[in-house]
Design a binder for this molecule. Structure first.
Ligand code: GDD
Ligand code: MN
Length: 367
């Protein structure tokens, strides 16, 4: 009996995301966008770069923004630093002196209270119609990433736009690359269906008045980008990740697992909080949100339950359980499966870790 419950759980665990993926890909991924995008639309943009100990990367980051093809008089950059101890501010100040033609404001916080807290502070100083948040350790995929992201806002139904990301260069562990294919297809498909509840801090842009309506970025959870986008989608605006807005992120060379666990902790916090949102958006989005909540909060535990039952019954002599367990382990040779299983483990560990530490102010991983 135990083995059948175990197998049933495994079937649910793998079957749900697989069916969701196949369904979303078939129904939405290849579909044209159902909104009007005006080429040449150039709203005033405020780019906010939050920094904490980014001395190694900040110059390259500012150069990357500088290289963006966007009219200088429509662009404002705000760097907000939370008491870095590695000289980030000095490098930024020096860069500012050498690049007088770009409008860069530097704000200095006297203590570190987390990324979202400083984003809210920077928001008070921003004058753009569109606010773009971008992490210091990420770079635009193309020189027109900003312009492309901004153009989507020409449609009044669009409230937020993020980027697809590829891990930078060959330094990325293959596990990270495997994860992105499945993941990017889903983000685009959800966006075309209505909105995606997952955003990327590498480039997350928002209509400023909606950010204000949403009361800024949440400071009680880590996933400020995804949660704010989801809130805006719930308010009835589109939060999308189009195929043509690309970013690169640096993947840590060391501490990869703790990095993934921390990010999983933030995603779990986001989806727990999202369950309490009042969704005014079309039914479509309600369904997407429910599926993603299920996939992040429940599905990993179903796998764990299935594995425990199969192991227990295998120990008690069930041949079927033994065969399926062996199959499950042998499949680890296959990269996409291995990537999937590790993500499930990260999510389980994350949910447990959230019980005592929420990682709102986190330790930096060396990139
Ligand atoms: N001002 C300020 N204050 N900036 C901070 C702080 C802080 O306390 N902590 C981190 N940052 C900055 C970093 O310097 C970087 O520019 C950005 O916030 C993201 O921090 P990372 O340390 O690179 O985090 P990550 O890439 O692992 O985090 C990703 O996931 C988070 C959610 O889990 C990013 O996508 C984040 O944007 C996202 O919030
Ligand atoms: Mn980062």
């Amino acid at each position: 009996m135990l083995e059948y419950i175990g197998l049933g759980l495994a079937l649910i665990h793998f079957g749900t995301p697989l069916s969701y993926y196949v369904y979303m890909k078939k129904k939405y991924f290849g579909k044209p966008w159902d909104m009007k995008r005006e080429e040449g639309f150039k709203p005033k943009i405020t780019v906010i770069v939050p920094t904490y100990n980014e001395a190694k990367l900040i110059e390259k980051k500012l150069d990357d923004i500088y290289a963006q093809e966007y009219p200088r008089d429509r662009l404002e950059v705000i760097l907000i630093d939370s008491a870095s101890s590695d000289g980030t501010l000095e490098i930024a100040e020096k860069w500012k002196e050498e690049h007088g033609e770009i409008n860069l404001k530097i704000i200095e916080e006297d203590s570190r209270r987390g990324k979202a807290h400083s984003l809210n502070e920077a928001l008070k100083h921003s004058t753009g119609e569109v606010v773009v948040i971008t992490d210091a350790d990420s770079f635009c995929g193309t020189r027109d990433s900003l312009r492309r992201a901004a153009e989507w806002f020409s449609d009044p139904s669009v409230g937020a736009v993020s980027c697809l990301k590829d891990p930078e260069g060959s330094e990325a562990p293959s596990i990270e690359l495997g994860y992105r294919g499945y993941y990017n297809v889903l983000r685009v498909a959800e966006s075309k269906a209505y909105s995606t509840p997952i955003f990327h801090g590498e480039l997350a842009s928002f209509r400023k008045d909606l950010l204000e309506e949403a009361e800024g970025f949440p400071v009680d959870i880590g996933s400020d980008d995804s949660h704010t986008a989801t809130k805006i989608a719930a308010m009835g605006y589109r939060a999308i990740m189009p195929e043509d807005v690309l970013c690169k992120e640096l993947v840590p060379k060391r501490g990869y697992n703790s990095w993934k666990i921390r990010r999983a902790q933030h995603l779990v916090q986001h989806f727990m909080k999202a369950m309490k949102l009042k969704v005014k958006a079309p039914k479509n989005f309600d369904r997407i949100l429910k599926v993603e909540e299920y996939l992040h909060l429940v599905n990993p535990w179903i796998l764990l339950g299935g594995a425990v039952l199969l192991s227990a019954s295998a120990i008690m002599g069930s041949l079927i359980s033994l065969i399926f367990l062996a199959l499950g382990i042998a499949l680890l040779m296959y990269k996409p499966y291995r990537t999937w299983i590790s993500m499930q483990l990260y999510l389980v560990i994350a949910a447990i870790k959230n019980l005592w530490s929420r990682e709102i102010v986190w330790e930096k991983q060396e990139k």
